[in-house]
Design a protein around this ligand. Structure first.
Ligand code: ADP
Ligand code: MG
Ligand code: MG
Ligand code: MG
Length: 401
């Protein structure tokens, strides 16, 4: 069973059984494949007698999206398991524990988090997550600071960067987020009812300049080890707990891309409340939770990141040059705004959409939601470089409603 091949459920059970100290010897195990099957297989193996369980995630050598198929490096399974281990060390308790990585099978065996809910689903159900902003800002501050030139040995950082070269997955982001939505690309996918909006994106020179600057930053910046795909489908949440999964897009890139991904997905849910909140009062209440979370994610990140910098920073110039930290934090906020906008736009007109919006049954409400999300996204991109405070980002969302 060593040469690479997609595992069967029976093989997944055999591998789970061979783990030390997990399941009782000779016990019955059951297995379900629960992934969406586009890029990866995800096996959930349980021992009914005790309720113990484990997750096996195996990378497939191709990506399969809307009938198309293209090859994709299996090395991303190594990157995912190594990123989970780095993140688990820097942000304890906020990612699943990795039990085993098998390079031949491109397989990671990890802690089962089925007692949590995928946050996108929770947001659709209008669940309030009081811990979310604090937990995710800790995750962001710790993982980004301690993998950057501010918080880790700068020679070791250059060596670590080499283990996280992720060209195939970066190319997906470069194409689908920073290029295709802004031209008449085959990969685009949008409803005819908003064709006017999509075509406007293709000819908006001022927007293209900002997207080009974001794209250049994504291509060239090596600020920190990013998660790389930090949308609400990569977050498992409970009111009392938050866990981040699925860092297969991890690479050294600009910090604002991760922070912006979180904020974009909160704002997509904000837009989607056109449907999911039953009336004006409910809509106002849940949107207040979401904008509070946007604010809390940034302000938590900023204060924790500054505190880590003040306590652990050791660079002889960056540490003491007057005003440098303030300039740095302002630039991160501006990057965050721009990347958040780009993440929103691609979810409306690009290849992969979000369930928060696509599952709205009424076509007119869906269209209104898509136009709202696009308006917020475009404004975030255009005003990104002028952003001075997180309140301005929230104001953009609120004033588009
Ligand atoms: P992909 O990269 O294919 O999106 P994910 O890592 O996001 O794969 O996993 C796909 C789905 O599998 C998740 O949405 C979740 O339902 C399930 N899953 C993944 N990891 C775990 C885990 N550690 N515990 C429980 N379920 C998981
Ligand atoms: Mg998936
Ligand atoms: Mg995923
Ligand atoms: Mg993934």
């Amino acid at each position: 069973m060593t040469a690479y091949h997609p595992l069967t459920e029976a093989e997944a059970v055999d591998i789970a059984r061979s783990l030390d100290n997990l399941f009782s010897p000779g016990t019955e195990l059951t297995c379900n494949e629960i992934g969406d099957g586009n890029l990866n297989l995800v096996f959930h193996v349980t021992e009914p007698a005790t309720g113990k369980s484990v997750i096996l995630k195996q990378a497939l050598p191709y990506a399969k999206v809307v009938g198309e198929s293209w090859p994709l490096s299996l090395d991303r399974a190594r990157i995912e398991s190594e990123a989970l281990i780095v993140q688990g060390r820097l942000a304890p308790g906020l990612v699943p524990e990795v039990y085993l990585y098998n390079p031949d099978l491109a397989l990671t065996v990890m802690e089962d988090l089925s007692d949590h809910t995928i946050m996108r689903k929770g947001l659709i159900e209008r669940i309030v997550y009081p811990r979310f902003a604090d937990d995710i800002s800790t995750f962001l501050a710790n993982t980004l600071f301690f993998t950057s030139d501010l918080g880790m040995n700068q020679q070791e950082k250059k060596l670590q960067l080499k283990s996280f070269i992720n060209p195939d997955l970066c190319k997906i982001t470069e194409d689908l987020i920073f290029c295709d939505p802004y031209r008449d690309a085959d990969t685009n996918s949008f409803e005819e009812s908003i064709r006017d909006e999509a075509e406007a994106l293709w000819s908006d020179g001022a927007l293209h300049l900002e997207v080009a600057l974001l794209r250049e930053k994504f291509l060239t910046s090596t600020e920190a080890l990013l998660h790389g795909d930090l949308h609400t489908g990569s977050i498992f949440a409970r009111p009392d707990s938050t866990k981040v999964i699925d860092p297969e897009f991890a690479y050294y890139g600009p910090m604002g891309f991760d922070i912006g991904a979180v904020i974009a997905n909160l704002l997509l849910s904000f837009a989607a409340q056109e449907h999911w909140s039953g009336d004006e009062a409910a809509r106002k209440e849940y949107r207040t939770f979401l904008t509070g979370a946007v604010q809390g994610v940034w302000s938590g990140f900023e204060s924790k990141f500054r505190a880590l910098w003040n306590e652990h920073g050791s660079d002889p110039m960056l540490q003491r040059a007057p005003g440098f930290q303030d300039l740095y934090m302002k630039r991160l906020l501006q990057d965050t705004a721009g990347f958040a906008g780009a993440k929103m736009v691609r979810r409306i007109v690009g290849l992969a959409h979000v369930a928060d919006i696509d599952t709205i049954p009424d076509a007119a409400v869906r269209e209104r939601t898509q136009r709202l999300a696009l308006a917020i996204g475009k404004t975030l991109i255009k005003r990104g470089r002028q952003t001075e405070s997180i309140e301005q980002i929230v104001d953009i969302a609120v004033s588009e409603t």
